[in-house]
Design a protein around this ligand. Structure first.
Ligand SMILES: [Zn+2]
Length: 237
């Protein structure tokens, strides 16, 4: 499995361009020897950007994960294995996704704190996020209270930091949220990346994050509707 180098860059905003080489060409896109691109996952869209070789250039569409990180493009065959390339990630899109993703941590943590709700799904789209919550009692949910609590937390100038902790430390931590998915990570991986939003949230995560909650604009809840027993699908901008 190719190392996801975006995880070595925190904050995950304004990712720098990087030089590398083409390690493979398929009908669908390009593999790179190393890539700092965020591959789609965990509700966060993958990066897009531009790949430039000595006499060739192509945009790539949403980067996908897997055994190797795929940079999909229309005509991958203009590149050959071994080509030296410059990879420039679209930072406007990345910055937006990074802010939306970090806001989702805050939202999920507060939904848990206020209503005992568990986040069971989330998807970031262009300008809005939808999040599926499972409540002990969903009638308690109040969109206005929730928005206010999230925005108060965002305005609290809380630092966002990254830790590398082993599984037992993560699983035994009282404040740790969102650990169920850890079963799906191969047990050979003992050290996991934990994201801490000071005083607000602590959970294992491989997404991209801002350095301080003050980087994120206020949210507005625009919709909430039933998603089955005890569940609500909430949309916010
Ligand atoms: Zn995250």
């Amino acid at each position: 499995m190719q190392e996801k180098l975006h995880m070595t860059q925190h904050p995950g905003t304004n990712p720098p361009a990087f030089r590398t080489s083409v390690s493979g060409v398929t009908d669908d896109g390009i593999y790179l020897t190393e890539s700092y691109c965020y591959p789609r996952g965990g509700g966060q869209p993958g990066d897009i950007g531009i790949l430039t070789g000595s006499d060739k250039k192509s945009e790539f569409t949403e980067v996908l994960g897997g055994e190797n990180i795929l940079h999909p493009m229309e005509n991958p065959s203009i590149f050959s294995s071994g080509d030296e390339v410059l990879c420039e990630i679209d930072s406007i899109r990345r910055n937006r996704n990074t802010k939306m993703h970090t806001a989702q941590h805050v939202f999920s943590a507060l939904a848990n704190e206020l209503y005992g709700a568990e986040t069971v799904g989330n998807q970031i789209s262009d300008g809005y996020t939808r999040i599926d919550l499972l409540f002990p009692d969903r009638d308690q949910f109040n969109a206005e209270d929730m928005s206010e609590a999230v925005n108060d937390a965002l305005r609290s100038n809380s630092d966002v930091s990254i830790h590398e902790w082993d599984r037992s430390r993560i699983l035994s931590h009282e404040q740790m949220r969102h650990t169920k998915f850890m079963d799906r990570i191969p047990s050979s991986i003992e050290i996991l990346r934990v994201v801490e939003i000071e005083g607000i949230d602590l959970c294992p995560c491989g997404g991209t994050h801002v350095s301080n909650t003050s980087d994120i604009e206020n949210i507005t809840i625009t919709n909430s509707r039933s998603k089955g027993a005890g569940k609500l699908r909430i949309t916010y901008e």
